[in-house]
Design a protein around this ligand. Structure first.
Ligand code: CMC
Length: 434
């Protein structure tokens, strides 16, 4: 121990040995490896931290997204989500996330052009998409097809080359709507629709989803705008489960398609992006306002969770939920009100006044209302998380690019606390089963 501990440090005493240690504090964190010096004897492993789910562990330094969960603040590259949702568009936000700054007019035009002209996928993609069962979940199809893109672009393995990284980022943002739309069409037994490069990103996606025999499919601009806003709201959310999956898999230096496929897999789960699908199913199951009190009692008894409520980081409100609630009005103006909205609003009201939810700081999250909008678009619930994945792609890629350029990063490899048996003596099956 030094005589005078530096101000930005932590002095800890190991009561097992009486030894004191000074550990530097940087950015309100201590380096976990610094705890390694705290040990009982020289030949024993040093102290480690135990943190299932990374509840209080920073895994990286990142300049992509800032969240203050207590204040309900979300910023991409420093810009508040409310301003981006109101004044920007998804491709500009994608540029911002990936490049770290807003584009000039020339940069923006070049970016839109690049993305637009990479929306087509190799014809063989159609072939393997047809191979899925008629009732395949579109998230499973998306996960598999994003991973399969790595076989079409073997050059993507060259992750240390900046131009190469850029190429894969463009390809993935561009092709995600095509893959998402085709997984939807497959489930419907409808022919795949090729991208229409005269349309903007989100309008083109809607065309690939819903176009039938008409020459051109042009969605209502209010719906295009609402979906574009939803993509913006989902574009990044710092070190959430799927981004952590992308980073963790990416830390092995695999190509970005494989890393993003891992992110799609993580997003699929009901505690993450799959929650919007679960919310819709929950609202349908509740069926009418009279059934809400009994449902809430079941949640409080621990029978199930109120899906679309609660967040690891937001403990006051989820700013995305506030914006989505407003977007609901814009969409329902075009489509007519979703009758489940009444149940959702009443459920929210009752939960927000209930001691159980208040005490645990459980508020509606991004998924509580987004499913209602998606349903108004006539998406089946299985498609909801696909929409989330399309929105999240620029964020995954911005985080992946940051990871591969970060000199501090290593292959992800957490420690464990081993709880199993040791040093047993093996007896061959022929002996044990006599
Ligand atoms: N309904 C009922 N109780 C809940 C809920 C909920 N939705 N969420 C948390 N709790 C309770 C939980 O039972 C626990 O109670 P107790 O202290 O008595 O054991 C307490 O609140 C803390 O919960 P936790 O599970 O320790 O919190 P977490 O930070 O690990 O989990 C969460 C966060 C989002 C997974 C969780 O709130 C949840 O399961 N919510 C429902 C699923 C959902 O809406 N997910 C979407 C998240 S936002 C979009 C995204 O990330 O994809």
């Amino acid at each position: 121990m030094t005589d005078v501990a530096a101000k930005d440090s932590l002095t800890v005493t190991d009561n097992r040995t009486g030894q004191q240690y000074d550990i530097a504090i940087n950015d309100n964190t201590i380096a976990a490896t610094d705890l390694g010096q705290i040990r009982l004897t020289d030949d024993e492993p040093g102290l480690a931290t135990y943190d299932p789910g990374f509840v209080n562990t920073a895994s990286c330094r990142s300049a992509v997204t800032f969240i203050d969960g207590d204040k309900g603040i979300l910023e991409y590259r420093g810009y508040p989500i409310e301003q981006l949702a109101e004044k920007s568009n998804f491709l500009e936000v994608a540029y911002l996330l990936v490049h770290g700054a807003l584009p000039s007019k020339e940069e923006y035009d070049a970016w839109v052009h690049e993305i637009t002209y990479h929306t087509f996928v190799h014809e063989n993609v159609k072939g393997f998409m047809h191979g899925f069962r008629y009732d395949a979940h579109p998230m499973g199809m998306l996960m598999a097809s994003v991973g399969a893109l790595s076989t079409f672009y073997p050059d993507a393995r060259n992750i240390s080359d900046a131009d190469n990284r850029h190429m894969q980022i463009v390809r993935m943002i561009a092709k995600m709507p095509t893959l998402g739309a085709w997984s939807f069409r497959h489930a419907q037994g409808k022919p795949f629709v090729y991208p229409d490069n005269d349309l903007g990103y989100t309008a083109n996606f809607l065309s690939m989803l819903f176009k039938m025999s008409e020459q051109k499919f042009e969605a209502d601009p209010r719906l295009v705008k609402a979906l574009d806003v939803l993509f913006i709201l989902h574009a990044d959310h710092e070190q959430n489960c799927s981004t952590n999956a992308v980073r963790s898999v990416g830390s092995s230096q695999v190509d970005p398609y494989s890393a993003v496929a891992a992110g799609v897999g993580a997003l699929y789960g009901p505690l993450h992006g799959g929650a919007n699908e679960a919310v819709l199913r929950m609202l349908k199951r509740i069926g009418s306002k009279e059934n809400i009190p009994a449902f809430i009692e079941g949640v409080k008894d621990g029978n199930e969770r109120l899906m679309g409520f609660g967040h690891r980081v937001y403990k006051n409100f989820d700013p995305r939920a506030t914006i989505i609630k407003k977007a609901c009005d814009d969409v329902f103006e075009v489509t007519g009100v979703n009758p489940l909205l009444e149940i959702a609003k009443e459920l929210e009201k009752i939960a927000l006044e209930d001691e159980y939810f208040v005490k645990r700081k459980l508020y509606p999250n991004v998924d509580f209302y987004s499913g209602l909008i998606y349903e108004a678009f006539q998406f089946p619930p299985e498609m909801f998380t696909v929409l989330f994945a399309i929105g999240r792609t620029p964020g995954w890629l911005a985080q992946w690019a940051e990871l591969v350029q970060d000199k501090d990063q290593k292959i992800a490899r957490p420690k464990q606390i081993y709880t199993g048996d040791r040093e047993l003596t093996f007896t061959a099956a022929s002996e044990r089963w006599k």
